[in-house]
Design a protein around this ligand. Sequence first.
Ligand SMILES: C[S@@+](CC[C@H](N)C(=O)[O-])C[C@H]1O[C@@H](n2cnc3c(N)ncnc32)[C@H](O)[C@@H]1O
Length: 294
Amino acid sequence: MRYNPSMTFIDPGIWSTLDTAYQNELSSDLDLEHIRLLTQTVASAPARRALLQALRLGDHKKALDLGSGFGPAVFELAAIGVPSIYGIDTDSAAIAVAQHVHSSLDGWIPPSCTLEFKEMNATALNFEDATFDLVTSFLLYQHVDDPYALTAEAWRVLERGGIFCAVEVDNGLSVIYPEPSEAVTRLEAAYDSMAHHKGGDRLIGRKLSTMMENQGFNIEAVLVLPNAAHGPSRPSDLGRQLDLERIMLAGDSIVEQGILTREEFDEYINIYAEEETSTRFRLETLIAAVGHKA
Ligand SMILES: C[S@@+](CC[C@H](N)C(=O)[O-])C[C@H]1O[C@@H](n2cnc3c(N)ncnc32)[C@H](O)[C@@H]1O
């Protein structure tokens, strides 16, 4: 079995250099959408690092991280021993941040390791067949309009014996208690529906292993990675402000697609902006699927 959660992890103190580098980027002049993405990158770090190690992905020699964003998985794979890693993404601003973080990590990345970030579409990769022995994808599938093309590309660039590891959200496995107001529930549903119209899929987690198997992968592991928290949710919280910004940016698309009227959107967003709950339980769940190209 590839997944071994009780294996010995590297000293967690090693991550502080990377964490500091990302904190520095957060205090630079990023726009709100990139701050939101970077906050998500930082928040997901412990689960991703544990997973990379428990799956022994550090044993691989040449890795490709699809939709690498600010590069966390690329740096983390380097730290656990992968000697050659590419990160690709369509967002040039995210790649610029990843390259900046890379330069600030001087001495932290093992000297024998080569890292490269490239602007590229994950559904049309500019790599030869059978180039890598590991392909990873974190929180990318939910954004692409052709997940089958993404799976096919991962298969194509992997050599025989290679591993594809994909990690995704599944909003159907999220729980909030007490339940938010109807206005907030309708706004979040409108956002998901808008994302779906654009080709995204917030229920993609449960579909990963079937898609991989249909492509030809042998499924080695399917894991549920829950993240539960309890605490107040106040309008002044950074997370709340970033969520508000995310939905406001989607407002025109939500109205243009007829999901909500402008009046409904404006009414709900005002409630969303001001709603305060003293306590809140929140469970968010990621699904990881690992396929082997036999
Ligand atoms: C939610 S972010 C995740 C970033 C990173 N994997 C992480 O876990 O922090 C999704 C990333 O996928 C990128 N992306 C979306 N569609 C893409 C595509 N077709 N090809 C490559 N990257 C894409 C976005 O630019 C964004 O950086």
